[in-house]
Ligand binder design. Sequence first.
Ligand code: AMP
Ligand code: ZN
Length: 474
Amino acid sequence: MVIKFYNTLSRKKEIFKPVENKKVRMYSCGPTVYDYIHIGNLRAYVFSDILRKYLEYSGYTVKKIVNITDVGHLTQEEIEYGIDKMEKAAKRENKDVWDIAEFYTEAFKKDCERMNIKEAYKLPRATEHIKEMIKLVEKLIEKKYAYVSNGSVYFDVHKFKNYGKLSGNTIEKLEAGKGGRVKHNPDKKSQLDFALWIKDKNHIMKWKSPWSVGYPGWHLECSAMSMKYLGETIDIHTGGEDNIFPHHESEIAQSEAANGKKFVKYWMHVRHLLVEGEKMSKSLGNFYTLQDLIDKGHSPKAVRYLMMSAHYRKPLNFTMEGLENSKITLDRMLEFMEKLGEVDGKKNPKVKDLIENVKNEFKEAMNDDLNTPIALSAIHDFISKINKLIDEKNVCKDDAKKINKIMQDFDKILGVLKIDKIKVPKEIKELLHKRKLARKNKDFKKSDNIREKIRNLGWEVQDTEKGQKLIKRI
Ligand code: AMP
Ligand code: ZN
């Protein structure tokens, strides 16, 4: 079975074949660390995690780099209007800009961990790679793809003949649609040229360069760090759909102009997480952080499940109802896993066939451009069929182990089936005790009320033969 991925560059599904047999070099655009990330960003990171884990499941080794943008994530508009996200955050929190970067980098790592996102091989910071970026700019100037003007350096988009090949925003189209809020910059040969180095001796984060004291352009960091850690041609580069233009288009221009080689074989972009039809974003204020959802009693695993329930190339509308439904579905899977530990029926040859089937269906769906919703529905179908066999006492202990094994294999990618062991707070322990007494006294109304209280605090109580069972699924 071959793996096929949709390549934004060719606008079609292509058979995946890395540069080097069985070794995948992958780069994912990471966060700008001026605030907590929101779950829209997390959709992009969960997608690249599923991608990475599926490749590993399929026998590849994956070297994944995720950058930390701690300087220079400025659109042309922001550069011209002097809005710097990092500087704004430092003012807002009355902190040093370096502390801001450190704090939100750690917060990002924590969110990824809670979402079961496997850590990248490296999380390089833009500010630690200024030397590499300056070298790259020097190379571009030398090759006449870039020019110095009044201390800043710009990439000459007219010199790069393939500009626009990723996004379809060709120079002709861009020329035709010029305007908007972007000010006329007399230093640029063409207003479409983008900044590689920005002269600004007053910028909050600044460095010396051969051209001026200033800071690097945003697109530059990803080209420089991708080359440093993964080489001149890499297999996969991911990001959200908003990264296609100008960010990735400019990355291609800089990297291919400098090296004269293909920069990325497969460009993969995840569609946006929406709220009421609009992109979830900081600027629109329509966002949730992971912590917001945890505070409302939701588990990161349910968030992860929700994200997998839609194909990554389809927009996903975020609603609380959708999240609740994901939790219900996930609970059903967890109950199934528990039930497996208790089966004791007779052996039935159907089980083996069902295992073989689900494995094939899962792979077929994932090979087809990571179709997680189809893969999940194959698993649910499998669960229903096995549940029926369990009820008929047609699953033996040995087969239950095999079923468990295949589910664990799937979970290497899905990452939602492990219930984390968490310390139970004293308050919950006390409520549990009160509920136990209420049940002993057959005061079921009181017992239900206490269960509701416990639920509101983010825990579930189940009554089993062995007594009350407490679950917190985070
Ligand atoms: P930023 O910090 O804005 O550069 O975003 C980090 C990553 O999250 C980028 O790959 C963005 O494309 C992606 N992203 C931002 N907002 C969303 C969203 N609402 N849905 C999906 N991905 C997003
Ligand atoms: Zn990037």
